[in-house]
Design a protein around this ligand. Structure first.
Ligand SMILES: NC(=O)c1ccc[n+]([C@@H]2O[C@H](COP(=O)([O-])OP(=O)(O)OC[C@H]3O[C@@H](n4cnc5c(N)ncnc54)[C@H](OP(=O)(O)O)[C@@H]3O)[C@@H](O)[C@H]2O)c1
Length: 272
């Protein structure tokens, strides 16, 4: 938390991601009063208020007071927010956008000379297991990098990347949780078709995914090596894996992820 000492962190938008970051920072020891959040919805402000975070309906108040301004509104709201607060922001602040598809160039054009960062987080940030990739703007420094890492490491892990790779990150880790939920749904259905009661199928799948993910992140062993440890020669797992290989399942999944990356690029063009 050293990088955020004596800093005020402001959130414009206090929905799912904004609240996840606030909770993470507080859990890591930041004083709730060092946070301030704006949201048009009274219900959201009350929820955040219960964390003892200061709240306001005015985005300009955040822009005037915060050292870090986190734009946590939907992408289509970002530019109207910047228009609203553009007069109040100054170059000693850092603007952080987590809006999917909103490029650094588009942000910088509206915030000339300002230090800014574009970040692509993901939904597991809400349970402290997020992955975020970030690209610093041209006026952001090493000091700003330390602040970004402090914020996003409070809800998982973060890495710096060239901005051109953020479409790939969006496709892999941004959309990734949905692929896992898709796999869960498919496995649950397979279990039910094989005769398992619904509740048992759900439990079996959820605990298997959690256990598998825990093994994967817990040791420096590749996913392929773990697969080999489960799949003994001519055993049950190998029968399934061979079937997937014959039917080209891997290729279809990779094409799906590529489609997500293409869509991310298309959406970025919309927000230029
Ligand atoms: N959720 C994810 O998995 C995820 C992953 C990666 C990136 N992101 C990015 O994170 C950003 C926030 O997503 P989210 O899921 O947290 O959205 P969310 O839950 O809808 O939160 C956004 C909040 O901002 C409020 N808001 C709308 N207009 C505003 C304004 N002009 N000023 C201040 N607040 C305003 C919204 O109120 P209303 O509901 O009344 O509009 C809502 O409470 C998005 O840009 C998204 O691309 C999200």
């Amino acid at each position: 938390m050293k990088a955020l000492q004596r800093k005020t962190v402001g959130f414009i938008g206090a929905g799912t991601m904004g609240q996840a970051l606030m909770r993470g920072l507080i859990a890591r020891g930041l004083r709730p009063r060092a946070l301030i959040a704006s949201d048009p919805r009274g219900a959201m402000r009350r929820r955040v208020g219960r964390l003892r975070v200061r709240t306001t309906a005015s985005n300009c108040e955040i822009a005037c007071e915060a050292d870090l301004i986190i734009l946590a509104v939907k992408p289509q709201e970002v530019f109207s927010v910047l228009e609203e607060v553009g007069e109040c922001v100054h170059k000693r602040q850092l603007v952080i956008s987590i809006a999917a598809g909103v490029t650094r160039a588009a942000l910088q054009a509206r915030l000339p000379g300002m230090p800014l960062v574009r970040v692509m987080p993901n939904l597991p940030a809400t349970v402290g297991q997020g992955f975020a990739a970030y690209a610093l703007g041209r006026y952001a420094s090493a000091r700003h990098r330390a602040m970004i890492e402090t914020v996003f490491n409070a809800v998982g892990v973060s890495v710096e990347l060239p901005e051109r790779l953020l479409d790939a990150v969006t496709a892999v880790s941004g959309s990734g949780p949905a692929y896992l939920f898709y796999l869960a749904q498919v496995l649950e259905e397979a279990g039910r078709r094989l005769g398992l009661p619904r509740r048992v199928a759900e439990q079996a799948v959820r605990h298997t995914l959690l256990g598998g993910a825990t093994l994967l992140v817990g040791e420096d062993t590749s996913a392929e090596a773990w697969m080999r440890r489960v799949a003994s020669k001519r055993g049950t797992t190998e029968a399934a894996l061979r079937h997937f290989a014959r039917r080209g399942v891997k290729g279809h999944l990779i094409e799906g992820v590529r489609a997500a990356a293409r869509r991310s690029k298309e959406l970025s063009c919309r927000f230029c």
